[in-house]
Write a protein that binds this ligand. Structure first.
Ligand code: ADP
Length: 259
């Protein structure tokens, strides 16, 4: 029986690129704003390639020890506990480091030898060097932050990966995604895509990030359960996008012209 894959709508040729990186044992970097399908894509690819898959959501406290492993005290013994990076290497899995730029610099040091021809991980606490099997793949995502305020990934780190840029999808693709994710009326999906198009073009609003497909999907879900479309858009689109009163009013005005 064919396995059921998570729903993922390809936006360009990212599936082929990922498959070729996997074949060639190259690490893969997914760049792009939040809510553009990066995590869903990795989930889909892991299922498509039938591979075990570990995700680590990196934040400013995430250190190399969290990824590699640590000694813990168990009763009267000290035992070694593998972190997700060590486990993924041992199992020949996909390791997905989500928001890698947020992690502490020692993670970048730790992945250095994993991302080149050596494909090894040095475990400083045990003094071991672990070789990744051919089936191991490192995938990372980061949000380049088109506006200031986001953490950057150093060019020397970026250049260790093959990269693909996730953008907001074109109107037809985005409509398909909304309809597939929510089973909403196609007229609603069409209008939500229109709202998104208008908001994305309003660069003068100075939004840190514009409306993502995720927000449109959330909005369609609320409309689906009977919520007034304008109210749904105010809380699923406007409120997550801004804290500024003027911007909020401008967005709500725009929404009420379409929905
Ligand atoms: P990211 O990791 O880029 O922040 P996610 O992968 O979590 O974004 O996507 C957020 C949501 O947007 C998903 O749960 C899904 O509903 C929807 N989505 C966005 N792009 C796609 C796509 N290409 N195919 C399927 N769903 C998508």
């Amino acid at each position: 029986m064919d396995k059921i894959l998570p729903y993922y709508k390809e936006t360009k040729n990212e599936v082929e690129i990922f498959e070729n990186c996997y074949k060639e044992k190259l690490p893969f970097l997914l760049k792009g704003p939040t809510g553009t399908g990066k995590s869903r894509f990795v989930d889909y690819m892991a299922a498509k390639l039938d591979k075990p898959f570990y995700t680590v959501l990196c934040h400013e406290e995430t250190s190399a020890t969290d990824l590699i492993g640590r000694y813990i005290i168990k009763g009267s013994e000290t035992v070694w506990l593998d972190g997700p990076m060590s486990l993924a290497i041992k199992e020949g899995a996909i390791l997905y480091l989500d928001e890698i730029a947020e992690a502490r610099p020692d993670i970048i040091v730790a992945i250095h030898s994993l991302t080149d021809h050596r494909r090894t991980l040095f475990v400083d606490k045990t003094g071991e060097t672990v070789k990744a099997p051919d089936s191991f793949m490192l995938v990372a995502s980061y949000n380049p932050g088109y506006q200031k305020g986001f953490k950057e990934l150093k060019p020397s780190t970026r250049q260790r990966f093959v990269a693909f840029e996730f953008m907001y999808p074109n109107a037809e693709t985005e409509r398909d995604i909304i309809e597939n994710e929510t089973n909403c009326d196609s007229e609603i999906a069409k209008k939500l895509v229109k709202v998104a198009e208008k908001i994305r073009n309003l660069t003068e609003l100075g939004l840190t990030e514009s409306v993502s497909t995720r927000l449109l999907v959330d909005c369609a879900k609320l409309i689906n359960v009977g919520m007034n479309p304008r109210l749904a858009a105010e809380c699923a689109i406007t409120a997550p996008l801004t804290d500024e009163e003027d911007t909020r009013d401008a967005l709500n005005d725009l929404i009420s012209m379409i929905l």
